[in-house]
Design a protein around this ligand. Structure first.
Ligand SMILES: Nc1ncnc2c1ncn2[C@@H]1O[C@H](COP(=O)(O)OP(=O)(O)OP(=O)(O)O)[C@@H](O)[C@H]1O
Length: 252
């Protein structure tokens, strides 16, 4: 679904991402981890074209994004949805209006159909129908994540990019969100690219994990490979106290 080659991204003289390759396979949930500041969000933004690359290529659905025509690019953007770290909902719009926004931008469907689709997505992500008319300031953290996910799903994408979807949620809320992602993957055949620090999410929902450190990709594979990696950060992360508490040691 996505093929990243020799990616370099930086600001001024400094390179945050220093040349790596990464593939995202159809139908998988790929978890992206790494120390704070490792460039996880920067990589996500570079893949979806919100940040310029200094070098390298990004192919999505087999199309080189640098060579894509305007129409090709728009067609590809229609096939992905993004959930940003803080949800990034428009504060002056209701939940339903937020979900309708991509439909307004990318389609010519009628207001009635937009309304129906938005209400369906609200149901799909487990929000109550009444949430449709609430403004973001009236939502809890978990509801914001669900509303943002509903917006990311509004165009029935093939891929969703999630930037720390469970950050700020209590363990029960995080767990429910993880289950939702798995259900969506199973029922809609979604491919998921998920930046996360959440060890529970990595264990329960991710098929593969990509670990970023020092601008490089230091490991890609299933959890069983992560726990065996001898990089000190990987050891601490995947074999430390919190990992043991999440039951990850058992995977070693
Ligand atoms: N627009 C920008 N201008 C300059 N530097 C930036 C910009 N965006 C990100 N950076 C820098 O790039 C580095 C990587 O940031 P990024 O947000 O990708 O980290 P991260 O791995 O997602 O971290 P965290 O886990 O803390 O969210 C950081 O040092 C950050 O300061």
């Amino acid at each position: 679904m996505i093929k990243v080659r020799d990616l370099v991204v930086g600001f001024g003289e400094r390179n945050v991402i220093d040349g790596f390759d990464l593939d995202v396979r159809r139908g998988e949930i790929l978890g992206v981890v790494g120390p704070s500041g490792a460039g996880k969000s920067v990589t996500l933004r570079a893949i979806i074209g919100l940040l310029p690359k200094k070098a390298g290529t990004v192919e999505v659905f087999g199309v080189d994004m640098d060579k894509a025509t305007w129409d090709e690019r728009l067609a590809i953007e229609r096939r992905w949805g993004v959930l940003f770290q803080q949800g990034a909902l428009f504060s002056s719009l209701t939940v339903k209006q937020n979900i309708e926004m991509p439909l307004r931008e990318h389609t010519h469907i009628s207001a009635k159909l937009r309304d129906e689709i938005a209400r369906l997505k609200i149901e799909l992500v487990g929000l109550k129908p009444e949430a449709a008319d609430l403004f973001p300031a009236e939502l809890s953290g978990g509801m914001i994540k669900r509303a943002a996910l509903a917006r990311a799903l509004s165009l029935d994408p093939d891929i969703v990019f999630l930037d720390e979807p469970t950050a700020g949620l209590d363990p029960i809320g995080a767990n429910a969100f993880d289950r939702l992602i798995m259900t969506l993957k199973d029922t809609l055949g979604l491919t998921v690219y998920m930046v996360t620090h959440d060890l529970d999410s990595l264990t329960t929902v991710c098929d593969r994990i990509a670990a970023l450190k020092g601008g490089k990709l230091i490991a890609v594979g299933p959890m069983s490979e992560m726990v065996r990696n001898d990089d000190p950060w990987m050891q601490e992360y995947f074999r430390g106290e919190r990992a043991r508490a999440a039951g990850i040691g058992a995977a070693a």
